[in-house]
Design a protein around this ligand. Structure first.
Ligand code: CAA
Length: 299
């Protein structure tokens, strides 16, 4: 396993390139937009600077790691010699199925095809390829360079040897892999998203305000972020799409997304990436300011 191609250069894609390059792999980062690729390289450089400042990476190893990443806008060229592809495109089923059809056509026969999907069925993705045994879920957590977990998802037809390879590979990245089977939301989001959704329902019912809900969960349960801040960090569109996968997949009303979450997504208040969700974000500021749309809790 020497050459890894990562499809998508967004928040997750650039983090995945970062950890592979830092662990000595050659990385091809592919996106349809050269501007997005340039921005991703700059983000990786900045995130590596944090590690240099902490003394966990030297300037030389940073330069070597960055030198191992090549950018591509042409998929066939990006994957022509890949040993592993990790797809980290937008969480949209039709887009992902289309990407996997193309990967199957252009990748070498033995190449493993992994998806970083947070909830779309690996079995369904694998079924559009002629190599379902070589298709697997490799679900990294955000921010990828910091979070230790890789949730590995076995599709219905994934070969045991492929799971073993991806498990050992994740360990080489300094991560802790855990294997789950392919059911809606796998493990991470089946448990995380209903908690976030319940926090949004509690806010909408006036049980408590934004700050109160987040502080209760931060200080009471030792979570690093409260659920509403975490929703903003993940992206409310992603949260909604995962709730819809759970709701449709299990057919149980307990997974119905909060109407407030639906409204916020429709209005384009998606959290950090659009500058406002439950909190309002000012570029360059670390202050956490509750959005003026959510009146202060009175008691
Ligand atoms: N790259 C490299 N280092 C980074 C980084 C990045 N992108 N982001 C943060 N860091 C480092 C910082 O340099 C800092 O390092 P030190 O403590 O060693 O100095 C450390 O991480 C903490 O960062 P900050 O001081 O900036 O801020 P913080 O203490 O608030 O931590 C956080 C930030 C790590 C994001 C923390 O708040 C956290 O763990 N939040 C929860 C994250 C989480 O739950 N992620 C999972 C989301 S779900 C998901 O991803 C999957 C899905 O399918 C939806």
């Amino acid at each position: 396993m020497k050459l890894v191609t990562v499809i998508g250069s967004g928040q997750m894609g650039n983090g995945i390139c970062h950890v592979f390059a830092q662990s000595g792999f050659d990385v091809h980062m592919m996106d349809i937009n050269q501007g997005a690729l340039d921005k991703a390289i700059a983000t990786i450089g900045k995130n590596m600077d944090r590690q240099v400042a902490k003394g966990t990476l030297t300037e030389d190893t940073k330069a070597e790691a960055l030198g191992r990443i090549k950018t591509y806008t042409d998929m066939a060229a990006a994957v022509a010699h890949a040993d592993l592809v990790v797809e980290a495109a937008t969480e949209n089923i039709d887009l992902k199925l289309n990407i996997f059809r193309q990967l199957d056509e252009h990748c070498p026969e033995n190449c493993i095809l992994a998806s970083n999907t947070s909830s779309i069925s690996i079995t369904r993705i694998a079924a559009v390829t002629k190599r379902p045994g070589k298709v697997i879920g490799m679900h990294f957590m955000n921010p990828v360079p910091v979070m230790k977990l890789v949730e590995i998802i076995n599709g219905y037809a994934t070969d045991a040897a492929v799971t073993k390879t991806v498990y050992e590979l994740s360990e080489k990245l300094g991560k802790v892999p855990c294997v789950a089977n392919d059911y809606p939301g796998f493990v991470a989001n089946r448990i995380l998203m209903p908690m976030i959704n319940e926090a949004i329902i509690s806010l909408n019912e006036g049980v408590a305000g934004v700050q109160e809900i987040d502080t209760i969960m931060k200080l009471g349960m030792a979570h690093p972020m409260g659920p509403l801040q975490l929703a903003d960090f993940i992206g409310l569109d992603t949260c909604l799409s995962i709730m819809n996968v759970l709701h449709n997949g299990f057919g149980n009303p307990k997974y119905a997304p909060s109407p407030l979450l639906v409204n916020m997504v429709q209005a384009g208040y998606l959290g950090v990436k659009t500058g406002e969700g439950f909190y309002k974000y000012t570029p360059g500021s670390k202050d956490l300011v509750v959005s003026s749309r959510f009146a202060t809790m009175t008691w």
